[in-house]
Design a protein around this ligand. Structure first.
Ligand SMILES: [Zn+2]
Length: 589
């Protein structure tokens, strides 16, 4: 082992980080490629005489083989953060297309990381030493080579995308079925005699077609849930059950293991079963499985059943559930390893409102609930919890000292977040200025060449015109990136939000009694109030008759319910008084 060293002992001057964007598809298909990459960055570290600790090897997996333009790259953010904190002074990037395949992003991301005093070492671009005598040419050439490399990477991405897209489109235009993934249920691909054995059509698989016809016949009167029960009772193998080769595990992990409502819904609504194959805008006939009148009848039945459900209240003004999407079931989240949100429901015939875990009363036919233990969390009467939470929130607004600390804290978090955003904005603006200079230079040169009008000048003209056009195009995209960065929401609270909280706190007596559901939800939104329900936190009565209690941990930008619930790291240091069920008062961290 070469580079393992404790964090605290590494000198940033001799510490490197590495960043690579890797394709998950490639990762899944060719595990060996990764080992080679691994060796590459190690070699680069050795050549540059720097240490590359394990926690500074950043790597984002991307889904698309040809992507690299995405914003959501968590490891890239961490890499930037570590650079900002001064953890390392060298960044190793094995090949420039692993940095990004988006030219403007490549430009300003490199600029941003250099602004932190980091030296960027590329595996595929020659190293241009920084001139110490102020000679501008080294900088100029370095930039030129980087732009070229980013453009090449981008071109490559566009080529891949264009090739697959056009290949498929041409095929569809020629009236041939495009083989994308597995054949739809009820059909099998027909392949041609070419050496590649290309997909050219669909043929009916009778066994599956019978199931499709039966599903349609039953769907005239039965809900999808009941259809799922029927499928399970008849032990009908789900789509993809026969597939043995699962190329990309991530997407096909659950394929072929169970029927689900979406797959049944798709079968009942796809015009493919009428014999209409569609690819983008092109449609052409394939063998039908269901007759047109039955298809239509099922369409009407589905629509009529759907309309009974009523409009979704999520995010609408009329939603009475103040904590919709804000309560997390702790036991189920821990068990499943994902965030399990409580559902908001009118549960009994009195129309009483409840928050309850989806695993509390699992539907008997839901494949999602098969073999899962029942959730121990009691159903929560919405009024009881909301009254309690509202009172706690009002109490928090009445505590000026704690409130000021919390708001200041939330402001600090926003400012820290803004700091990174500010650096990014500056880097983009720097790149914009640089491209504007490039554009002005090319324009001047073109004017001069045209005035000259010689044969030699005529030869240089197209080169300058290309430089001008490239700069123009990059400017459009850099300005778009700038707008996007400015529009992104951040953590903590903004100055406006902090001012609004203070204003509400000043008129808390009025707010407490007059606020309607929408206003209450707005305040809850403002402080980002959320709760985890399970074995930790304060004990809260959630049902009155019979009386039931459960433990709740609140989180948000201000602390409510007498505990430091502000989810900032500093509030862990604040000792607060906590009331135990036994009536004793203790100091707890
Ligand atoms: Zn649960």
């Amino acid at each position: 082992m070469t580079t393992v060293q404790p964090k605290s002992e590494t000198d940033p001057q001799f510490t490197a980080a590495s960043y690579e964007r890797v394709s998950r598809q490639v990762q899944a298909l060719y595990g060996h490629g990764l080992k080679r990459q691994e060796r590459n960055v190690d070699e680069m570290a050795r050549d540059n005489g720097v240490v590359l600790p394990p926690d500074l090897r950043f790597r984002d997996g991307v889904d698309d083989n040809a992507s690299g333009a995405a914003w959501e790259l968590p490891d890239l953010d961490r890499c930037m953060q570590a650079a900002r904190d001064g953890r390392f002074k060298t960044l190793l990037i094995p090949t420039s297309d692993r940095w990004t395949r988006d030219t403007p992003k490549g430009l300003w991301m490199t600029r941003q990381i250099r602004a932190y005093g980091v030296r960027v070492v590329w595996g595929d671009i020659p190293d241009v030493p920084q001139a110490t005598d102020g000679n501008p040419y080294s900088e100029h050439w370095r930039q030129k080579m980087e732009v070229e490399a980013f453009m090449d990477a981008e071109l490559e991405r566009n080529k891949i995308r264009w090739r697959t897209m056009n290949g498929r489109r041409d095929k569809a235009a020629a009236g041939r079925v495009v083989g994308q993934g597995a054949a739809p249920y009820g059909y099998a691909y027909v392949r041609d005699n070419s050496p590649k054995r290309l997909v050219c059509g669909l043929a009916v698989v009778e066994v599956q077609a019978d199931v499709v016809r039966e599903l349609y016949a039953r769907a005239r009167t039965m809900a999808i849930g009941d259809l799922l029960q029927w499928l399970a009772a008849e032990r009908i193998p789900p789509p993809g059950a026969g597939r043995t080769f699962r190329k990309v595990q991530r997407y096909t992990k659950n394929a072929g293991t169970c029927w689900n409502d979406l797959s049944v819904y798709r079968i009942l609504t796809s015009r493919l079963y009428l014999g209409e194959y569609t690819y983008h805008t092109q449609a052409f006939p394939v063998p039908a499985i269901v007759p047109a009148d039955l298809f239509e009848e099922v369409g009407i039945a589905l629509a009529s059943r759907k309309s009974r459900r009523g409009a979704a209240r999520n995010k609408t003004e009329s939603d009475e559930f103040l904590f919709r999407g804000r309560l997390i079931c702790e036991p189920c989240s821990a068990r499943t390893g994902t965030v399990v949100l409580l559902h908001a429901k009118r549960a009994n015939n009195m129309g009483e409102r409840y928050y309850l875990c989806p695993f509390r009363f699992p539907r008997s036919h839901g494949a999602r609930f098969d073999g899962r233990p029942r959730c121990p969390l009691p159903s929560i009467r919405a009024e009881v919890l909301e009254t309690h939470a509202w009172a706690a929130l009002m109490a928090a607004l009445r505590d000026p000292v704690q409130l000021r600390i919390d708001i200041e804290d939330a402001r600090t978090r926003r400012r820290l977040d803004d700091h990174g955003r500010e650096d990014r904005r500056r880097a983009i603006e720097g790149s914009i200025a640089q491209q504007e200079r490039q554009l002005a230079g090319a324009a001047r040169r073109i004017a001069a060449l045209e005035a000259e009008g010689t044969e030699q000048a005529g030869e240089e003209l197209p080169i300058q015109a290309q430089l001008r056009d490239e700069a123009k195009e990059l400017l459009v995209r850099l300005r778009r990136d700038l707008r996007e960065v400015q529009a992104m929401p951040g953590v903590g609270v903004s100055a406006d939000e902090a001012a609004e909280l203070e204003r509400l706190a000043a008129m808390v007596d009025e707010v407490e009694v007059t606020a309607n559901a929408a206003e209450r939800r707005h305040l809850i939104d403002l402080v980002g109030l959320r709760a985890r329900i399970g074995d930790e936190g304060e004990s809260v009565v959630v049902q009155v008759k019979p009386k039931r209690e459960t433990m709740i941990t609140w989180a948000g930008v201000i602390s409510i319910a007498g505990q430091a619930s502000s989810d900032s790291p500093t509030s862990l240091l604040n000792f607060v008084m906590q009331s135990l069920p036994s009536g004793r008062l203790v100091f707890a961290a």
